[in-house]
Ligand binder design. Structure first.
Ligand code: NI
Length: 176
């Protein structure tokens, strides 16, 4: 088992546009993907992009476990090579996000509510899917990492950015 250290915001690798895989290079992606899954599960997180372990390649892993699915669907651990995202429709959804490269913090981020995405599985087959809810959000968040974009760069209102612990305390107080 190889669990990697996760690169933190401030490291320039997180701001770089990652390199795509050529058709003959997928074998090299397999070990990397396995290690990324182990690292994601150990963190624990629901998604990880290769630049977050210091590898500037277009590879992401993600999942939506039952406790994060909300009203939406659960998604098993998925690996995507060279993923591409296309928004479907005009609707925008707002929700809280965190990032393993920005530990302890959360921010409210607006993103297209529904997307279509495609990429390659490790065996080279084309994966195509439509997604909404947390599924759409995690895929967009991870693909952003491949383009050097971190979620605070997507935020419109930085007053909705803070430490998870303080935000939870504030919302508990509001509910009381
Ligand atoms: Ni992230």
């Amino acid at each position: 088992m190889t669990i990697h250290d996760i690169v933190l915001m401030g490291n320039p690798v997180l701001l770089r546009k990652a390199e795509p895989y050529g058709p003959d290079a997928l074998e090299g992606a397999r070990t990397l993907a396995e290690e990324m899954i182990e690292t994601m599960l150990a963190a624990p997180g629901i998604g990880l992009a290769a630049p977050q372990i210091g590898v500037s390649r277009r590879l992401i892993v993600f999942r939506v476990p039952p406790h994060r699915a909300g009203d939406g669907e659960e998604v098993p651990i998925t690996v995507l090579v060279n993923p591409e995202v296309t928004p479907v429709g005009e609707a925008v959804a707002e929700d809280w996000e965190g990032c393993l490269s920005i530990p302890g913090l959360r921010g409210l981020v607006s993103r297209p509510a529904a997307i279509r995405y495609r990429g390659l599985a490790l065996d080279g087959t084309l994966v195509e899917a439509e997604a909404t809810g947390m599924h759409a959000r995690v895929v967009q968040h991870e693909v952003d990492h491949l383009d050097g974009v971190l979620y605070p760069m997507r935020m419109q209102d930085l007053s909705k950015f803070g430490f998870a612990e303080a935000l939870a305390a504030a919302s508990a107080e509001e509910a009381a």
